[in-house]
Design a protein around this ligand. Structure first.
Ligand code: PGA
Length: 250
């Protein structure tokens, strides 16, 4: 049985003061949730978030992590730095990173390995653009992104990874993939993992859907066989909305 995992990707939102208010509002709302609850605030909020979430059921993740252990990489943050703060997850390869900051399949793989080595759970994002979907190339692109992400990763590590399937055309647009589209593509990703590692790993890896998931559509998406959770952008910035997604089953 895969435990559902709902993660909030705050993106470049929330100053430390705003983060404190949001987290304090969120803690009581999700304290008895059956789902694994993760928030991924901006780097400058992480120390505070980890402190506030200590002793609660909310786990804290970063929005990225660098592949090197240490060194001259201005503006980057290492896995050891995150680990010391008590950060347990890191989003890797979000489509905004790929689109605006030159993230490649190769760098996604390197970041994934660095996270795993530090015992941080990577949330690896894959997804197609609208053009790719309309050209019928979704499966090919998702296969490429997924295989590249797992390159050189041993089965025992692969099992700990979380994947977020996020169609780029559904992110921040209010357009959600249909439940069937999301389920089908996520099933395909599970098949890829099955081919790479076999059934023990593919049935353990949790695969989220992301892209305009909100309190209204969460329960339907989560009812689909293959969907094990959500990566939530916009709706994670409001405590009540995010709590409703976390408790989609109520
Ligand atoms: P959204 O973002 O929920 O605002 O569409 C999801 C994401 O980019 O992770």
């Amino acid at each position: 049985m895969r435990k559902p995992i709902i993660a909030g990707n705050w993106k470049m939102n929330m100053t430390p003061k705003q983060a404190e208010m949001l987290i304090k509002d969120l803690i009581p709302l999700v304290k008895d949730a059956n789902t694994e609850v993760v928030i991924c605030p901006p780097y400058v909020d992480l120390a505070l978030a980890a402190e506030l979430c200590k002793g609660t059921n909310i786990h804290v993740g970063a929005q990225n992590v660098h592949w090197a252990e240490i060194g001259a990489f201005t503006g980057e943050i290492s896995a050891a730095m995150l680990k010391e703060l008590g950060i347990e997850y890191a989003i890797v390869g979000h489509s905004e990173r790929r689109q605006y900051f030159g993230e490649t399949d190769e760098s996604v793989n390197m970041r994934t390995k660095a996270a795993l080595a530090a015992n941080i759970t990577p949330i690896i994002c894959v997804g197609e653009t609208l053009e790719i979907r309309e050209n019928g190339a979704t499966d090919a692109v998702i296969t490429q992104q997924s295989e590249a992400a797992f390159e050189g990763i041993a089965a025992a590590d692969a099992m700990r990874v979380v994947i977020a399937y996020e169609p780029v055309w559904a992110i921040g647009t209010g357009k959600t993939a249909t439940n069937e589209q999301a389920n089908e593509t996520i099933g395909m990703i599970r098949n890829i993992i099955n081919k790479l590692y076999g059934c023990e790993v593919s049935s353990a890896v949790r695969i989220q859907y992301g892209g305009s998931m909100n309190p209204k559509n969460a329960s339907e998406l989560m009812a689909m066989d293959e969907i094990d959770g959500g990566l939530i952008g916009g709706a994670s910035l409001n405590a009540a909305d995010f709590a409703k997604v976390v408790k989609y089953y109520e």
